[in-house]
Design a binder for this molecule. Structure first.
Ligand SMILES: NC(=O)c1ccc[n+]([C@@H]2O[C@H](COP(=O)([O-])OP(=O)(O)OC[C@H]3O[C@@H](n4cnc5c(N)ncnc54)[C@H](O)[C@@H]3O)[C@@H](O)[C@H]2O)c1
Ligand SMILES: O=C(O)CC[C@@H](O)C(=O)O
Length: 410
């Protein structure tokens, strides 16, 4: 066995923000990490930058914004875990250019979101939100009004990914006709039918539900123009991201009665903690369900996310594996404790691997195994070598032009 070279786990600082499920803390502890700080809230600005100064691994949910400026100041940060599906809160390209892989949990809360959406479809179709609000004020609204069964109604799903497709199955079990629109070709589940365009879907649906990621293309993808295409008396549900819908326009269409109701779980500006005030132009409407970004907030989902993301961070920290990273070349690798393991992250330039190998071959050091993956921007190589002068080797690896980061793992 080699002598111990890497940073001892007790010195690897893990910071978990935003009340991540305690399953993550247990998972780090079980893997030998003891330097863990756990906060219930998000941090921003100066407070976040100060806190990150000595942090090696950071866990966040959807509220902590990791901008290039914040990342640049976090000199020791070597990995980020988003304990969520969305990763739009992190500047992924900046992270990559700084050699920081970002991991997430792409599946663990999808069922929870789908269940909430199905519940909201039924509640909105039965006008429960406005009847409930009236009852709280002492008014008794016992009338059929515009209450309908969901059976036989058209549900339009925008974004037929992990969540959209589960909503599709559940809604079809309730007797709804499912239509969907996705920019990618998707396998239709059950009897669901694809639409050629967003406009086609909007014009045909009694309820529209949004399940797209936040991207430049999805910014305000539902605004006045699209709302005007929706059927009179139809419903809109947004549990994707706040930036996807122009809520001022939605408020106008609710005001005019063109839309019969809506549900929103996500907002362009969400409070950083439960003590901050929440404001939205939708607050004036009894026929709108407002929830505080809790689509994925169930015990089942949060426990699974805690385990899934912490395990990805631990595998990267322990072995160098980047499987599941959303901004990094993926290297799947097992530990090889009989050798010394080096990680080298560099800008993807021709000839760099030759320079890296020269550091070893020039000293007659045997490279036992090498794993390289690249993307258009960076290269990530793991080298298992048999060396005695590892610190010197590391120094030379760091000195290679276009190196972003180099470390000895063990
Ligand atoms: N409310 C919550 O608590 C909560 C929880 C989980 C996820 N989310 C949000 O839901 C989003 C979707 O989650 P998912 O797991 O289904 O993601 P996914 O990646 O599995 O599916 C997203 C789908 O949207 C499609 N898409 C992308 N851009 C599109 C466009 N312009 N028009 C039409 N389709 C487009 C993609 O091709 C993909 O099929 C996440 O990105 C996240 O922002 C919210
Ligand atoms: O946990 C949260 O803050 C919500 C995360 C959710 O929107 C997701 O993208 O998974």
């Amino acid at each position: 066995m080699s002598k111990k070279l890497s940073l001892d786990k007790k010195y690897i600082k893990v910071l978990l923000l935003e009340g991540i499920h305690p399953s993550a803390v247990n998972s780090f502890k079980n893997a030998g990490y003891s330097n863990i700080e756990y906060l219930k809230t998000a941090l921003d600005g100066e407070k976040l930058e100060q806190k990150l100064k000595d942090v090696h691994m950071l866990g966040i949910r959807s509220r902590t914004q990791l901008t290039p400026q914040v990342l640049k100041k976090a000199k020791k940060l070597f990995a980020v875990g988003c304990f969520s599906i969305g990763t739009n809160q992190v500047e992924l390209m900046a992270g990559k250019q700084m050699g920081i892989p970002v991991f997430n949990a792409p599946f663990s809360n999808t069922r929870s979101v789908a269940e909430l959406v199905v519940a909201e479809i039924i509640m909105l179709m039965r006008e429960v939100p406005s009847k409930n609000a009236a009852a709280h004020r002492g008014d008794w609204l016992k009338k059929v009004g515009n209450s309908f069964e969901v059976r036989g109604k058209n549900l339009g799903i925008v974004g037929y990914g992990h969540i959209g497709s589960q909503v599709s199955i559940l809604a079809e079990a309730l007797g709804m006709n499912v239509l969907y629109f996705d920019i990618e070709k998707k396998l239709s589940l059950g009897k669901a039918l694809p639409c050629e365009s967003l406009s086609e879907l909007l014009g045909k649906s009694d309820v529209v539900t949004l399940h797209v990621p936040e991207t430049p293309d999805t910014q305000k993808m539902i605004s006045s123009q699209q709302l005007a295409l929706m059927k009179k008396g139809s419903l809109l549900i947004n549990a994707s991201r706040g930036s996807v819908v122009d809520y001022n326009s939605l408020a106008e269409f609710l005001n005019s009665g063109h839309l019969a109701g809506a549900a929103a779980d996500v907002f362009p500006k969400e409070p950083a903690s439960n003590t901050e005030e929440f404001n939205s132009p939708l607050q004036q409407f009894d026929n709108v369900i407002l929830t505080p970004h809790i689509g994925g907030s169930t015990q089942e989902a949060q426990e699974n996310i805690g385990l899934e993301v912490s395990e990805k961070l631990i595998r990267y920290s322990d072995n160098g594996s980047t499987v599941g990273a959303v901004n990094f070349p993926q290297v799947s690798i097992q530990p090889n404790r009989d050798k010394q393991r080096f990680l080298h992250i560099h800008q993807n330039m021709p000839g760099l691997l030759k320079d890296i190998n020269f550091v070893f071959t020039n000293k007659g050091i045997n490279i036992a195994a090498q794993y390289l993956q690249t993307d258009a921007d960076i290269g990530y190589v793991i080298i298992d070598a048999e060396c005695t002068n590892c610190e010197k080797i590391l120094k030379e690896l760091k000195a290679i032009p276009h190196t972003i980061r180099a470390r000895i793992l063990y």
